[in-house]
Design a binder for this molecule. Structure first.
Ligand code: HEC
Length: 146
């Protein structure tokens, strides 16, 4: 069980990361994904414990996630070619649903937040099913088969 103090600190860090990412040599997709996982866990935990502030915090972390570095964008685009718009569309879908979750939670509507959360998870898994292995292989060439 995560201690809420710890995850609150995590949520604050997520807000600081985009600024850091812009000044350092930009963030990798893997790190973005690890943050999305933390944000997703926070939303789930908030829904399960009726703590809508945590739902808002997690959803805001997802909608504000940093951009992938230009170098990695080029690698992904070279691999996916004409499928790049479909990949981007899945990212947009998850982004838009995170805003719906945040708006519903802000309005105190946990039912709507929960239903958008489930759709968002489908979006995460949809992209993973179709693209994760291919994209991971080009972004982590030294890691072997994933
Ligand atoms: C547009 C496609 C796409 C969407 C949408 C997407 N992912 Fe990913 N995800 C990827 C790819 C590609 C990787 C592999 C990255 C790598 O290994 O460099 C990945 C990897 C991951 C990983 C593994 C990171 C690791 O340490 O190996 C986690 C966790 C993850 N995603 C969580 C999520 C969550 C949670 C969501 C939804 C909120 C999400 N992803 C939405 C494409 C996507």
């Amino acid at each position: 069980m995560l201690k809420s103090g710890f995850t609150r600190t995590g949520a604050i860090l997520v807000f600081l990361i985009p600024a850091v990412a812009l000044s350092a040599d930009a963030v990798t997709l893997k790190i973005i994904m690890q943050e999305l996982r933390d944000n997703t866990m926070e939303i789930a935990d908030g829904l399960l414990t009726d703590d809508l502030d945590r739902v808002v915090a997690g959803a805001t972390g997802i909608s504000n996630h940093p951009q992938i570095s230009p170098e990695q964008v080029q690698l992904v685009a070279a691999e996916l070619g004409s499928e790049m718009p479909a990949f981007k569309q899945l990212d947009t879908q998850v982004h838009d649903l995170s805003i719906e979750i945040r708006n519903a939670a802000t309005a105190g509507d946990s039912g709507a937040a929960s239903s958008s959360f489930q759709q968002m998870i489908d979006g995460c898994l949809g992209c993973h099913r179709t693209y994760k292995a291919r994209v991971a292989a080009v972004l982590n060439p030294d890691a072997g088969l994933q």
